[in-house]
Design a protein around this ligand. Structure first.
Ligand SMILES: [Zn+2]
Length: 298
């Protein structure tokens, strides 16, 4: 367990998770309304790690869990904390994605999209599905949640956070801005090392890529000029705006260097030198789909 005070009464708890992702950062706010942003996967190790951190800080119980998004490495452990008395806050569309994942609907949508539209062959598609379904075991849908109104101010610890809508990676991804010190808790929206892969979701019964809304959100957040950002993976960085510009430039370059193939699958495979991997190819399919969407818009 790695616990560090990043600002007065605000702590970063970093823990390893073994679902093929880098360590997860959770942010704990001590004070009047003890709050945690993101909670890791649903395992005893993560739950105990959080309890240990709370004890070390001197917090008796968490009142609020704010989720940047529903993905298993961020929301997995939320139900356990709800059972201890915390209220769970999440963006509306992310809650819907979570329900659809738990009920299996999202698997059906993905299977159809990947097989029929993206051209993923049956065997490889089955391998991706098998891996994705394993993630069901490291998350638990909370029995009750509060939907975060976009732009709402939420008291956390001794300070308050403004809820910002930052979709792209998921359809309802939220980031939280501590306005007094201008600190942005960015989840998987702004990451220091990678560009989060754009999600794909249904909008009016049509599958859309999250990449256009991601770029739009980057522009919006840049204008707020936060001083520093605290991502869900990796180290905190100064100047979120310059990281945002860097990512936008990189996406432009990726699109310029990308030669459309006959299928999204072929494009994704080329990114990993023709080699298939259930996780890497899954992620790359989403990048390629995003680039194609943007190219079609130009
Ligand atoms: Zn993540």
């Amino acid at each position: 367990m790695n616990l560090k005070e990043i600002a007065p009464d605000i702590y970063c708890l970093r823990m390893p998770i073994d679902v093929g992702e880098p360590d997860i950062n959770m942010y704990i706010f001590d004070g009047e309304v003890p709050t945690i942003i993101d909670v890791g996967i649903n395992t005893p190790e993560i739950y105990e790690g959080i309890q240990k951190a709370l004890k070390e800080i001197g917090i008796k119980g968490i009142k609020q869990v704010l989720l940047t998004h529903w993905h298993v490495d961020h929301g997995g452990c939320a139900e356990r904390l709800r059972q201890d008395g915390a209220e769970i806050f999440i963006g509306k569309k992310d809650y819907e994605e979570w329900v659809s994942f738990i009920e299996g609907e999202s698997f059906e949508v993905f299977e159809k999209l990947a097989g029929k539209v993206w051209g993923v062959p049956d065997k490889e598609l089955a391998a991706i599905m098998k891996y994705n379904k394993k993630l069901l075991y490291v998350t638990e849908l909370p029995k009750k949640v509060q939907i975060i109104p976009i732009g709402a101010t939420i008291k956390a610890g001794n300070t308050s956070l403004r809820a910002l809508y930052t979709p792209g990676h998921t359809s309802g991804h939220m980031s939280f801005l501590e306005e007094e010190k201008s600190l942005l808790f960015s989840g998987d929206f702004l990451l220091p090392e990678i560009i989060p892969y754009p999600g794909a979701w249904l909008e009016n019964d049509q599958v859309v890529s999250g990449l256009p809304s991601f770029l739009e959100a980057l522009n919006r957040i840049e204008m707020l000029e936060p001083k520093e950002y605290f991502p869900a993976h990796g180290r905190s960085r100064r100047s979120p705006a310059s990281r945002s510009q860097e990512m936008k430039n990189q996406i432009q370059r990726q699109i310029q260097n990308f030669t459309p193939r006959s299928t999204v699958y072929e494009g994704a495979l080329e990114m990993s030198k023709g080699e298939f991997h259930p996780v890497i190819t899954f992620v790359n399919l989403h990048y390629v789909y995003g680039w194609q969407t943007l190219m079609a818009h130009v």
